[in-house]
Design a protein around this ligand. Structure first.
Ligand code: OXT
Ligand code: ADP
Ligand code: MG
Length: 604
């Protein structure tokens, strides 16, 4: 750690002889004061020192009262401070930085409105198990608690609590070290999540003896301790897996987060069991892997008899583990599968259906224990199971290839994403950010991923607005090229951050799948009045000019050839680029692949 920072004093200049004398006397006083100050530190510096001590080197935020000076001082202390145009994007950036690095991503905001702007991201982080810490300045406690109308008055701690994994407030400068240590531990240990840390304005200028301050800081030892699974739980899981005739492994984003890539691949390959990657687990093994059952999803879920979930929850994305998707006779009926669930959270088991073999621990430890317990001659799954999957997969892949080979005018999702598929294959280190409905669902199934943690998307909530925040953080923490495939509606939620992308000159290429609206752009107002349908946007919007406005490259692409050229140039130049890919406005469907979740009106 650097030495604990100290504050410095300014001195006035002397003009006359008398003034000079006075100045001399003052200087003597100032020197004593300065010496005293040299031995003092304050809240600003202790926050910086505590973060640095714990290896935090990047802050995502937006300055203003009471944290403006903190952002300056963080930068002056050598930390990377990425300043956004809206706190929501800063929050999403922090959360995905946490997912990518296993270190809590830090988002720094002002009080009440700034805090609230970041709150969606904090809640989203908790929901997705991403480790982040939202640090917000807040107003005078005494005034807030008496509701006397302080500047940006709000009881932020109370509001954050139900949306965060943990929430803390620091009232005294000497507790800053503990507050930050607790926040770090809470964010990354066990099931990761979003943590709120409230820092009232008056803590920042509070002073304390520098030595006492230094001693008050905590370097967190082993912030995310390994959690070794119980040997009998491992044996139970192995026994069940061995008994399977039609086994299936489902890899979720918890498995990607765990960074146990080699062991997970070894487990899949050693068992020979087909696997299904959840969206953000794509690339954990290359999507072109022989054992991938992604292209046979609707076949393997109902047909499997034993399913091993690794870092994936049986939530809505997996139809709660029951119902017709799983071969159940009705929408809530159990399909008959037995489940093994590998997860760090003991409470996750039985959340939707019975888990016959829970394996509780961190995925790295669990997978290596499973591997060790399996011995060296694990039998291959029955050939008829593998053959049936291969057949179904080949059929779907051939069907997809046929669609991708078409070149309709105007361009549609398939012909545009066929280009994207080639570009990602040629640049497997590039990070793909993805949001929208059709723009999301088509990209997920068309664009293969080849390396872990390269696909970042709307996650558990299907939330729009993550696009630019995720892209900025991904570029900042990895230095890699980022390609953001965005629905035109999705892009609108965080579009102003293209200025941030240009300001920091990040290698981000935003591709807008522009179909003039939410899901599609051809809806009309049924009354015939002048107002457009609630689902459509200005036709032929020139989104590319937004990027040009800030010095980046803007391209309007109406054909796959133009799109390919623009993408290749973006990747070659690493310049901030926005490609407005003009898609047939009638190409999408309502809510993409999740149309069925829309309630339908009884009365037409
Ligand atoms: O097996 P079958 O035959 O079924 O085939 C499957 C696979 O086997 C096959 N497949 C393949 N075939 C060949 N080759 C390969 N490689 C291959 N891979 C797969 O393809 C099919 C499909 O596979 P998939 O996708 O794996 O399977 P399936 O059944 O779809 O999986 C189910 C799910 C649930 C896991 C999956 O669908 C999924 O992950 N879905 C996520 C959906 C989601 O999160 N959507 C986003 C939310 S929608 C809505 O809420 C929107 N809003 C409202 C809103 C939101 N969200 N947030 C906020 C803050 N405010 C409002 C809005 C405003 S979307 C939206 C904007 C939309 O407009 P845009 O302009 O942005 O976007 P466009 O729609 O483009 O206009
Ligand atoms: P997906 O959306 O990809 O299916 P989910 O977010 O539903 O994934 O599930 C991720 C799961 O992974 C959560 O239940 C979480 O507790 C678990 N998890 C996260 N990190 C770890 C880890 N390091 N070890 C074990 N489990 C983890
Ligand atoms: Mg759209």
């Amino acid at each position: 750690m650097d030495e604990v920072s100290t504050r410095s004093a300014a001195r006035p200049a002397a003009s006359t002889a008398e003034d000079a004398l006075k100045q001399k006397a003052r200087d003597a006083g100032t020197a004593i004061e300065a010496a005293q100050q040299l031995q003092e530190t304050d809240g600003f510096h202790l926050v910086i020192d505590a973060l640095k001590l714990n290896g935090i080197d990047t802050i995502f935020g937006l300055p203003g009262i009471p944290i403006t000076d903190l952002t300056r001082k963080l930068q002056a202390a050598g930390m990377r401070v990425i300043s956004f145009r809206h706190e929501q994007s800063a929050g999403y950036a922090a959360s995905i930085a946490g997912y990518m690095t296993q270190k809590p991503g830090i988002c720094l905001t002002v009080s009440a409105p700034g805090f609230l702007n970041a709150l969606t991201a904090l809640a989203n982080a908790t929901t997705n198990c991403f480790p982040m810490i939202l640090i917000s300045g807040s107003s005078e406690r005494e005034v807030v608690d008496l509701q006397q109308g302080d500047y940006e008055e709000m009881d932020q701690l109370a509001i954050a609590k139900p949306l965060a994994k943990a929430a803390f407030r620091v009232l005294h400068v000497e507790d800053i070290g503990i507050g930050i240590a607790r926040a770090i531990r809470a964010a990354v240990s066990g099931r990761p999540g979003g943590v709120y840390l409230d820092l009232p304005a008056k803590v920042f200028p509070q002073t304390i003896d520098a030595d006492v301050g230094k001693r008050s800081l905590i370097k967190v030892v082993d912030p995310a301790p390994r959690q070794i699974p119980a040997p009998d739980a491992v044996q139970r899981a192995i026994g069940l897996l061995k008994s399977a005739m039609r086994p299936l492994i489902i890899l979720g984003k918890g498995a990607a987060y765990a960074q146990a890539d080699a062991d997970i691949r070894a487990l899949v390959e050693k068992t020979g069991i087909p696997y299904l990657p959840m969206s953000m687990a794509k690339g954990l093994l290359p999507d072109t892997h022989d054992q991938s059952a992604a292209a046979a999803r609707s076949y393997v879920l109902p047909e499997a008899d034993v399913v091993m979930l690794i870092g994936a929850r049986l939530n809505w994305l997996l139809s709660h583990g029951k119902g017709k998707t799983w071969g159940g006779k009705s929408s809530k009926a159990w399909g008959g599968q037995k489940f093994i669930q590998v997860d760090i959270s003991p409470q996750e088991a039985d959340s939707n259906v019975r888990i016959d073999a829970p394996v509780v621990g961190d995925i790295g430890s669990c997978v290596s224990a499973l591997l060790a317990g399996m011995g060296s001659n694990w039998p291959s799954p029955p050939a008829d199971w593998l053959d049936a999957i291969a057949e179904r997969r080949a059929k779907n892949v051939a069907k997809m290839a046929e669609t991708l080979a078409k070149d309709p005018a105007p361009m549609n999702f398939h012909s545009a994403l066929n280009v994207m598929r080639d570009i990602v294959r040629a640049n497997p280190d590039a990070i793909l950010v993805n949001e929208g409905a059709n723009a999301l669902d088509f990209t997920r199934s068309i664009v293969d991923m080849f390396k872990p943690r390269k696909r970042l998307d709307v996650g558990t909530w299907g939330v729009m607005g993550i696009g630019m925040g995720f892209s900025i953080a991904a570029a900042v923490v990895s230095g890699e090229q980022v390609i953001a495939v965005e629905g035109d509606s999705a892009f609108g939620f965080s579009g102003m951050e293209v200025e941030t992308i240009c300001r920091y000159n990040l290698p981000v290429c935003v591709v807008i799948m522009n179909n003039n609206g939410v899901y599609r752009g051809d809806e009309v107002n049924p009354t015939g009045a002048a107002d457009p349908s609630p689902l459509v946007f200005v036709k032929d919007a020139r989104y590319e000019k937004l990027m040009e406005a800030f010095g980046g490259a803007g391209v309007r692409a109406t054909t796959p050839v133009e799109l390919r050229e623009a993408l290749e140039e973006a990747v070659r130049s690493r310049k901030p680029t926005l490609i407005n890919a003009v898609i047939d406005e009638g190409a999408g469907t309502e809510s993409g692949r999740i149309t069925s979740l829309n309630p339908t009106a009884r009365k037409k």
